[in-house]
Design a protein around this ligand. Structure first.
Ligand SMILES: Nc1ncnc2c1ncn2[C@@H]1O[C@H](COP(=O)(O)OP(=O)(O)OP(=O)(O)O)[C@@H](O)[C@H]1O
Length: 389
């Protein structure tokens, strides 16, 4: 198993003594425990997400290479660490667990009820219709993981009797109740469905062939995104930016925070590239290592969001208050009542009724004026989104 962060060389020597070298972050061979893998890959993501950023861990590789085994162990260790008191400061933990199969998404904590994955006007991915569960201790979280596993789609393949035939995603939202907190942290723990080689699907029935094809399509979009990110890193400022097709599959829509070149949030990822030691699997192993190597070089960087008076999502609380003071009409709406601590992006997330109620606290401000000001701010926001696309 490999993860990236460091730089090591891995030599893959074929039975005919052909040799290929790959750079990997860290190599975990057969005598390494899940705890050791957790310490080096997942654990560093916890304080990062706790501080309001997005941490992502995903395992990929061919079917039967140990992804589910390792990710399940890591989920258990994360459930312990989140509540053992080492991460300080008050937080509320919310969990949703879902699977992506073909072009559908299913809520594993609500009897596989389907839900939608959409992008909101702030460019964030929203899981529309999924249930989120508030957890207060390790046992709560482990209980949810266990019930989700019962609903996960598995089947027997040539390589694995209990093969996962979908991508399973555990999303842990870490809410910081402090008023000045800007964003909730998010941890994604992802067990991807395994890829299968042509010879392994020879005996599949038609529906299993379709399922394998859909898995391979979504993994291929993931690879295109990884390739695009690697190209982006090597592209000079003047040259044309490579196209990163993250909207082409459900999986990469969920992983938008990693692949969107215009991302505004801090994010870090650990990728576990799982391989089988058998020489029969050298083709699949080589493929897995090739993409793992590209990911090593494309650690996402956060785009700095400089203040722009025409883009409300770049406004600090001070900028926002200035705008309210100058643009909210006569009598002006009180900036302290409408935006006591929010940034521009945070105020845009406020439900319309709350926005209006806050405006109406100001002396002599009418409902019509409040509605008009809400519409004015949103028009500016929508225009700014159109202009930057
Ligand atoms: N480190 C390990 N120690 C012991 N058994 C393991 C280990 N890793 C995997 N296994 C076993 O190997 C088999 C295949 O592992 P697993 O289901 O995790 O593979 P996978 O990559 O998730 O496969 P698929 O993509 O088909 O879902 C399982 O029976 C699992 O228990």
């Amino acid at each position: 198993m490999l993860a990236y962060d460091y730089c090591l060389n891995l030599n893959l020597i074929y039975w005919d003594e052909q040799s290929f070298a790959f750079k990997a972050g860290k190599i975990f061979d057969a005598d390494k425990t899940t705890e050791m893998i957790y310490e080096e890959t997942a654990k560093p993501l916890l304080p990062y997400a706790w501080q309001g950023n997005i941490g992502t861990l995903f395992a990929y590789g061919q079917t039967g290479s140990g992804k589910t085994y390792t990710v399940s162990g890591i989920e258990r260790l994360i459930a312990k660490s989140l509540f053992d008191g080492t991460l300080t400061g008050e937080r509320k933990i919310h969990v949703s667990i879902f699977e992506l199969a073909g072009n559908s998404a299913f809520d594993l904590l609500n009897s596989r009820a389907p839900f939608m994955i959409l992008e909101d006007s702030l460019g964030s991915t929203q899981l529309v219709g999924i249930q989120e569960h508030h957890v207060q201790n390790t046992d709560d979280l482990l209980g949810l993981v266990e019930s989700a596993n019962k609903f996960r789609q598995t089947a027997s393949t040539e390589r694995n009797d209990g093969s996962s035939r979908s991508h399973a995603i555990c999303r842990i939202r870490i809410e910081n109740p402090a008023p000045e907190a800007v964003e909730d942290g998010i941890l994604y723990i992802i067990d991807l469905a395994g890829s299968e080689m042509a010879r392994d699907i020879f005996n599949h029935a038609t529906d299993r062939m379709k399922e394998t094809r859909e898995i391979n399509i979504s993994l291929s979009v993931l690879k295109d995104c990884i390739r695009g990110m690697a190209e982006l890193e090597n592209t000079g400022k003047s040259s044309k930016k490579p196209y990163i097709p993250f909207r082409q599959s459900m999986l990469t829509k969920v992983l938008k925070h990693l692949f969107d070149p215009d991302r505004s949030r801090g994010c870090k990822a650990s990728v576990l590239a799982c391989v089988n030691p058998s020489f029969l699997d050298t083709g699949a192993t080589k493929n897995t290592l090739r993409y793992a190597e590209m990911l090593r070089s494309s650690q996402p960087t956060q785009k700095a969001t400089a203040y722009n008076p025409a883009i409300p999502t770049t406004w600090s609380n001070k900028d926002l208050r200035n705008y309210i003071r100058i643009k909210s009409g006569n009598p002006s709406i009180s900036p302290i009542d409408l935006a006591p601590h929010e940034s521009g992006a945070q105020l845009l997330r406020l439900p319309a009724e709350d926005f209006i109620q806050r405006c109406l606290k100001s002396d002599r401000v009418t409902k019509d004026q409040a509605d008009a000001f809400y519409a004015k701010l949103w028009k500016l926001h929508i225009d700014s989104r159109r202009a930057t696309r």
